[in-house]
Design a protein around this ligand. Structure first.
Ligand code: NDP
Ligand code: GDP
Length: 323
């Protein structure tokens, strides 16, 4: 059997690193697109770097994408690259639109020009549901994004659907609800909280400043979600799928459990800070993953409680390693 080749954009990110591990495990040759930066930021892929082919490119640069496809001829593309942080999307709305929105068109166009038989995955987001029109959210729930990030993701979703219908491409959009891990960016609330709980426990910090702790999210574990992305590209027909746990919890509950893990009462350490409030927030997200379960047999395997615990434990271990 010939070895399958996959291109991952955003390979240095949380999902990119887990997906690369997963695909290597499936016997794939993995090409990772990285953008030039003044310092090396390969922490998440250091342990597998010798098994990857890293190539230089950027979602802002059409030619770089075409060149990569011509040179490496992947069978599958996973477009995970994005300006992915909601809060930053208010301070850099145009940049977010360029990368997170138009960047998708650049990849799709490169694929259409070089090889329309490539299978394509777009990293869409539950942030597209924003001010939710129904609970839980399915593939058919109308979008109502609440941030420049959410708006850009709606564009990315629809251009994926449109290229599938216009050019008969095998293009799928995975509408992923929040998924976390010890590799999550430090600015996201789960990582921020897990890290703070561990650092306060060890006496390295004294307090944790947060914004809206009443908002609710459907949090799962990232390795489950990258498996779902791959499954979408193995189906007979391209389609769009919600990946979610089907359960939702407040940020407050996440904080409470994280501090419980280290034997502390969160109320003594958490301070509300307007700096972390958003101009418009998404109050509640909870996905209905029935379609992914029925059509692909996908399910989230890690509970919320386990997720919180494994994230806090990882932070404690990291501090231990730094000692
Ligand atoms: P991360 O922020 O961890 O990773 C984003 C990746 O995109 C990084 O590798 C980053 O590179 C890269 N990138 C950013 N801008 C560009 C650019 N202009 N050209 C090329 N690469 C670029 O995100 P996650 O791994 O958490 O998420 C993966 C994808 O899934 C994103 O598109 C995100 O929006 C989406 N998503 C994530 C969810 C989640 O809960 N994690 C939920 C729903 C959707 P660098 O390291 O150089 O910055
Ligand atoms: P998002 O769902 O992609 O925006 O993921 P985040 O982890 O950034 O935020 C999840 C929720 O936590 C949002 O409703 C935020 O408003 C809320 N939140 C409360 N305090 C904070 C904070 O200090 N940082 C972040 N990132 N989010 C916070």
């Amino acid at each position: 059997m010939t070895v399958k080749r996959a291109l991952i954009t955003g390979i240095t990110g949380q999902d990119g690193s887990y997906l690369a591990e997963f695909l290597l495990g499936q016997g794939y040759e993995v090409i990772g697109m990285v953008r030039r930066s003044s310092t090396i930021n390969f922490e998440r892929i250091e342990h597998i770097q010798d098994q990857l082919t890293l190539v230089s490119g950027d979602l802002m640069d059409q030619i770089s994408l075409i060149d990569i496809l011509e040179k490496h001829r992947p069978n599958e593309i996973y477009n995970l690259a994005a300006q992915s942080f909601v809060q930053t999307s208010w301070s850099q709305p145009v940049f977010t639109g360029e990368v997170t929105g138009l960047g998708v068109t650049r990849v799709l166009d490169a694929m259409r020009i070089v090889d329309p038989d490539i299978r394509f995955y777009q990293a869409s987001s539950s942030e597209m549901f924003g001010k939710v029109r129904e609970v839980p959210q399915t593939e058919l729930t109308p979008f109502y994004p609440r941030s420049p990030y959410g708006v850009a993701k709606v564009y990315g979703h629809w251009i994926t659907v449109n290229y599938r219908e216009s050019y008969n491409l095998f293009a799928c959009s995975g509408i992923c609800f929040n998924h976390e891990s010890p590799r999550r960016g430090h600015e996201f609330v789960t990582r921020k909280v897990a890290r703070a709980a561990a650092r306060i426990k060890r006496g390295l910090e004294k307090e944790l400043r947060l914004g809206n702790i009443d908002s609710q999210r459907d949090w799962g574990y990232a390795p489950d979600y990258v498996r779902g992305m791959w499954m979408m590209l193995q189906q007979d027909q391209p389609d769009d799928y919600v990946l979610a746990t089907g359960r939702t919890h407040t940020v407050r509950r996440f904080v409470e459990l994280a501090f419980d893990c280290v034997g502390l009462d969160y109320q003594q350490y958490v301070k509300l800070d307007p700096a972390f409030m958003r101009p418009a927030d998404v109050d509640i997200l909870v996905g209905d993953p029935s379609k992914a379960r029925q059509k692909m047999g996908w399910e989230a395997s890690t509970s919320f409680e386990t997720l919180v615990e494994l994230m806090v434990r990882a932070e404690l271990e990291m501090i231990g390693a730094e000692d």
